[in-house]
Design a protein around this ligand. Structure first.
Ligand SMILES: [Zn+2]
Ligand SMILES: [Zn+2]
Length: 221
């Protein structure tokens, strides 16, 4: 089961697709090369792998797992997913430290009554913007702190449309998650300026059309 977003992008986890605690996970397929954005809690890994296959992609084809931030509903399944597929994990360095240290509070695993399995990422986003190549196309990582210190969004183009993987655009902000309101507001403005045609969010679904995308982001200003 999956939900098609463009001819190359599909939602494969979140809600009814896997487990209700999971944030959305999105599959990108550029020619024979694939990547996943976020990996859910890991409670329904087999279903997520089946959903990936339902898009015509074998899990071994997934070369990269892009993490939008360290929270458990996006990363609890990351290590198991890498073990199963051999992919490389990419995450911003400011959140990587909490994944490596298996910090159950900052990763919010304790909110889910769970524990995070610590892991080291394979590539860290260190700067403000970095470009990653997949199947001859490009995916841009942009640091958008606020919800967490190392939150990042990923931007790419598919079917001539600009697609923004924004995930927890909506927050929440919480001191225990090391959220920062000033940074969050700056990041929201930054996302609005990206002029995305499609926003793939972590918990609110997929927004299509520049105006609908901007309207959704503005709700949190
Ligand atoms: Zn989330
Ligand atoms: Zn989050």
């Amino acid at each position: 089961m999956h939900q098609r977003i463009t001819s190359e992008i599909f939602q494969v986890a979140g809600g009814e697709l896997t487990s209700p605690e999971d944030a959305a996970a999105y599959l990108i397929r550029f020619k024979d090369h694939a990547a996943l954005v976020d990996a859910g809690c890991g409670y329904a890994m087999d279903r997520m792998l089946e959903n990936i296959e339902s898009c015509g992609v074998s899990p071994e084809q997934v070369e990269i797992l892009f993490l939008t931030h360290c929270h458990f509903d996006h990363t609890g399944g990351a290590k198991a997913f890498r073990d199963r597929t051999g992919c490389r994990i990419i995450v911003h360095q400011a959140d990587a430290v909490y994944l490596e240290a298996a910090d159950n509070e900052v990763t919010a695993a304790s909110w889910y009554g769970s524990v995070i399995t610590g892991f080291k990422a394979d590539r860290l986003i260190r700067g403000d913007r970095e470009t990653v190549e997949l199947g001859g196309k490009f995916i841009e990582a942009v640091h958008t702190p606020g919800h967490s210190p190392g939150s990042a969004v990923y931007l790419t183009e598919s079917d001539g449309l600009t697609v923004l993987f924004g995930q927890d655009v909506h927050g929440p902000l919480d001191r225990r998650l090391l959220s920062d309101h000033g940074e969050y507001v700056k990041s929201l403005h930054r996302m609005i300026d990206m002029e995305a045609d499609i926003l793939c969010e972590g918990h609110f679904g997929v927004f299509k059309g520049k105006d609908r995308v901007k309207r959704f982001i503005r709700r949190f200003l």
